[in-house]
Design a binder for this molecule. Structure first.
Ligand SMILES: *[C@@H]1O[C@H](CO)[C@@H](O)[C@H](O)[C@H]1NC(C)=O
Ligand SMILES: [Ca+2]
Ligand SMILES: [Ca+2]
Length: 342
């Protein structure tokens, strides 16, 4: 009991320091360990490359595995302009625009669904970190009245719509008693970076690097805001699952969904990829600056609104500690050509 109180006290104290201008950066028990780096450090080749050690580790783990390319697209090697010279959130280091060359790779067309994650768990008995820690972050409009009362003190101070709730994990995403029966085709949520890595490895895949992810998001378009162009709703249609209305009070769900949407909903981009922007944030392989415990996530989520967290742009980026999980954060896997099933 005392331990629990201490634990939540700790969360209340530490969370505000990890949130900068948005509730996008909730971290499990994270301390403020983002250091200031010189521009040279931030954009140096070293800072943007996967450390050799990691590469070797990933390769070794995949030695005996070949992945199936079903529901994946081949993205051909190219040089593209990564980042932007008009950053919306300069503190996220969205800039500057720079040319980056990416080798050919495969990427999942869809965010990993609940069904796929369920198949993985049934095969391996894998337990996610949210299950081991016993809690995960949930958005408060999805809490029952009882939960609202029970967890009224467990809110992140600067982002009070995030509540840390016990017993929340991928299969009971709204807490004990909830289920994913109607959401098997929705993205899996409440999965940490560590969980995502394990899932991809099981299939002979890996997480995409940030550069791969962003090149894929842009779908061959140069310096556009979104995977489909610069206009949010061309042809009067919704092209992604984000927030309509007034954040954080009213989500009108004009795009059809106030929470997650099926992973194949909304049109694909020119590369055939769905929901690169919006629906759920997606983990990438990369560390944030030089902090090995902080991992970059891309694409924004159904909780993003232009007024507050305009991060459903290809250049946008944010981070979480690699053991964090939340109700708007998922992933998709990439694969190296030499590891594909022949
Ligand atoms: C990237 O390369 C192209 C082609 O050489 C060039 O036109 C463009 O200005 C470069 N972009 C940046 C940001 O350096
Ligand atoms: Ca929506
Ligand atoms: Ca997404």
């Amino acid at each position: 009991m005392y331990l629990m109180i201490i634990k939540f006290f700790f969360v209340l104290i530490t969370v505000p320091y990890t949130i900068q201008d948005c509730g996008c950066q909730l971290n499990r028990n994270a301390e403020c360990n983002i250091e200031e780096h010189s521009d040279h450090d931030k954009y140096s080749k070293e800072a943007n490359e996967i450390p050799l050690d990691n590469k070797k580790e990933v390769k070794e783990k995949q030695l005996n595995l070949a992945f199936n390319t079903a529901d994946m697209v081949l993205i051909e090697s190219a040089t593209f302009e990564m980042g932007t010279n008009k950053p919306v959130f300069p503190s996220d280091y969205e800039g500057p625009a720079r040319n980056v060359t990416v080798a050919s790779f495969y990427l999942d067309k869809y965010e990993v669904s609940n069904q796929k994650f369920k198949d993985f768990v049934q095969k391996t008995g894998y337990k996610t970190e949210a299950e081991i820690f016993g809690d995960s972050f949930m958005f408060d409009t999805f809490l029952s009245d009882d939960q609202k009362e029970q967890y009224k003190d467990y809110r992140a101070v600067q982002a009070p719509w995030w509540v840390k709730v016990n017993g929340v994990y991928w299969e009971e995403p709204e807490g004990p008693g909830s289920n994913i029966e109607e959401k098997l085709n929705h993205p899996v949520i409440h999965v940490s970076w560590n969980d995502a890595v394990k899932y991809c490895e099981h299939l002979g895949k890996r997480l995409p690097t940030e550069a791969e992810w962003e090149m894929a998001c842009r779908g061959g378009l140069k310096q556009k805001l979104y995977p489909w162009g610069n206009k949010l709703n061309p042809q009067g249609k919704h092209w992604a699952n984000i927030w309509q209305g007034e954040f954080p009070k009213v989500n009108t769900g004009e795009d059809g969904y106030t929470s997650t949407a099926p992973v194949n909903h909304y049109p694909p981009n020119k590369f055939g990829l769905h929901n690169m922007a919006g629906n759920v944030w997606e983990w990438t392989q990369d560390s944030w600056l030089n902090s090995p415990d902080l991992k970059v996530k891309k694409g924004g989520s159904y909780m993003c609104h232009e007024s507050y967290c305009w991060r459903y742009r290809c250049a946008a980026r944010s981070q979480n500690t690699k053991d964090s999980s939340a109700g708007n954060l998922g992933f998709r896997c990439a694969g190296d050509i030499e590891n594909k099933l022949r």
